[in-house]
Design a protein around this ligand. Structure first.
Ligand SMILES: [Zn+2]
Ligand SMILES: [Zn+2]
Ligand SMILES: [Zn+2]
Length: 518
């Protein structure tokens, strides 16, 4: 093990022997940055929720996109980007020895059209990003195979869920966190295979419980004590009466969680790993929100990764990946963002089915390509070697894309969610900063949001609300209103972003209190 000083934050960090073995195996250099700074650099490639309206640069249609109208990229709508109306390979250039590789990549990056959002095979779900195979969803992010879900992130195979995060295979849930196979649960955390839970924590195979924790096969219980069905229903109605009664219950739940015995970390079927929110993980350090991992370290939001280090949003049995932001089914991937079904790629962005690629952007199918130009196998490896010499000379070999190649401003991305920085600090680190905020202020038509859902008519859909936290305007959609009515829930008094922050903050607290106990 060696100790190094991070070139970004000047904090000391460790490079373990297991890390060194991995870097050697991957034929790459040890990192110059600590694991947090490595992750931040990857995350500035991921603008998940800052959406803008602008025009498609090909068909001129109005689109929803993650690129602000001021950003100098070419942005195409989903259909145009995937059409044969343009050819990513036509942007191919020769490697020029008089400029650095990254300068040349930056020029390419500006010319090659970018996809308005990362959204694949969604139906009637325009406002979803980092998403695939969703139907009738709105404002859900990093979410796949969902139906009728809204205002959530990290959803997998859910139906009719609203304001949730890290939720799998659940239905009719509201404000649930880190839960699986739940039905009609609200305001719950870390629950599994349960139904009709309200303000519950870490329950399994339970139903009809309120304010219960760590329960197994528990039914009709309040504060883990059994009640008659009538008594239980009375309590439930009392809590769900209106906005104020729910807010009161939220505080009660916070107090309850503070008193509750919790595992030092949420790990199931894991061995020899450190991290939190893990399931079936074997061998590795600093894993978060990861399932079925084998020999992986420094990973967040990944599923079934094998022999990989430093990856985010990395799915479908990808293996031998290092420093990856977004991958599906890949192998031998290094320092890349959003590479799908690729192998042997480095410094590539938004590429699909690319085998052996260096500095490529938006390739949809290709082999042996450098800066979007195709070479013979022999030429490819020769030129790649030359470029690696240049990268080594400039002491950047093996490191992620430099900060100035990030396609987004720091505060538009998940980097700012996980590692918030001031404007000054992010500029100092080479990132850009977004000054303009989206949305409107002061246009509200309704100052007081009704506190109960009863007697609310469809007319409410015409009203413009104001968030009680940040004062931004927001509206209620038809689908949203139907959901609240169906679940007997009052309308929210905060906009999506403030609700999201509140939820993530809750999650943070859970993670940090877990560490303390360890
Ligand atoms: Zn650092
Ligand atoms: Zn278009
Ligand atoms: Zn707000």
């Amino acid at each position: 093990m060696t100790k190094e000083i991070c070139k970004t934050c000047n904090q000391e960090f460790e490079i373990r022997d297991a890390d060194m073995i991995f870097y050697e195996q991957m034929k790459t250099a040890p990192p110059l940055y600590c694991s947090d700074c490595r992750m931040a650099r990857r995350l500035v490639f991921r603008n998940e929720r800052t959406l803008y309206k602008r025009q498609c640069d090909l068909c001129r249609k109005d689109i929803i996109t993650v690129y602000s109208p001021e950003s100098d990229f070419q942005v195409y709508c989903h259909d145009c980007w995937w059409s044969d109306g343009w050819d990513p390979k036509s942007f191919g250039v020769d490697y020029d020895r008089t400029k650095t590789f990254f300068e040349q990549y930056k020029e390419l990056q500006k010319k090659v059209p970018r996809q308005s959002m990362a959204a694949v095979n969604n139906v009637r779900s325009d406002y979803t990003n980092g998403s695939a195979e969703n139907k009738d969803c709105y404002m859900i992010f990093a979410a796949d195979y969902n139906e009728d879900c809204m205002y959530s992130r990290l959803l997998q195979r859910d139906k009719f869920c609203v304001d949730c995060a890290f939720l799998h295979e659940s239905e009719l849930c509201y404000e649930c966190l880190d839960s699986r196979k739940c039905f009609k649960c609200m305001f719950c955390e870390q629950c599994q295979s349960s139904s009709d839970l309200l303000f519950c924590y870490n329950m399994r195979d339970s139903s009809n419980c309120i304010f219960c924790t760590n329960g197994r096969h528990l039914t009709n219980a309040i504060f883990n004590v059994k009640y008659e069905k009538e008594e239980y229903e009375k309590k439930k109605a009392e809590i769900l009466k209106n906005y104020e009664s729910i807010e009161k219950a939220k505080k009660e739940f916070e107090r309850l969680k503070e008193k509750t015995i919790r595992k030092f970390a949420s790990q199931n079927k894991c061995n020899n790993v450190t991290g939190d929110y893990l399931y079936n993980c074997h061998q590795g350090v600093l894993l978060y929100d990861t399932y079925d991992a084998k020999n992986c370290s420094y990973m967040t939001d990944t599923e079934s990764p094998i022999d990989s280090w430093d990856c985010n949003n990395y799915y479908y049995k990808s293996q031998f990946g290092y420093n990856i932001m977004g991958a599906l089914e890949g192998s031998q991937l290094k320092n890349s963002a959003f590479v799908f079904y690729c192998s042997g790629v480095e410094y590539c962005e938004n590429c699909h089915h690319l085998v052996n690629g260096l500095g490529c952007n938006a390739i949809r199918k290709g082999e042996c390509m450098i800066l979007n130009k195709t070479y013979s196998k022999e030429e490819y490896f020769k030129l790649k070697e030359k470029i690696e010499v240049e990268l080594k000379q400039n002491s950047v070999f093996g490191q992620y894309f430099p900060a100035n190649l990030a396609p987004f401003c720091y505060n538009e991305t998940l980097a700012h969610d996980y590692f918030p920085l001031t404007k000054e600090e992010s500029l100092k680190r080479g990132f850009r900063w977004q000054e303009k905020t989206t949305g409107t202020y002061g246009l509200e038509t309704l100052k007081e949001i009704p506190s109960s859902i009863f007697d609310i008519s469809e007319d409410i859909l015409k009203e413009i609300f104001v968030c009680e936290e940040c004062k931004k305007n927001f509206r209620i959609t038809q689908a949203e209103l139907s959901f609240y009515k169906r679940m007997n829930l009052p309308l929210p008094h905060k906009d999506f972003e403030c609700r999201h922050k509140e939820r993530e903050w809750q999650n943070e607290i859970l993670v940090s209190s877990g560490t303390e106990n360890a």
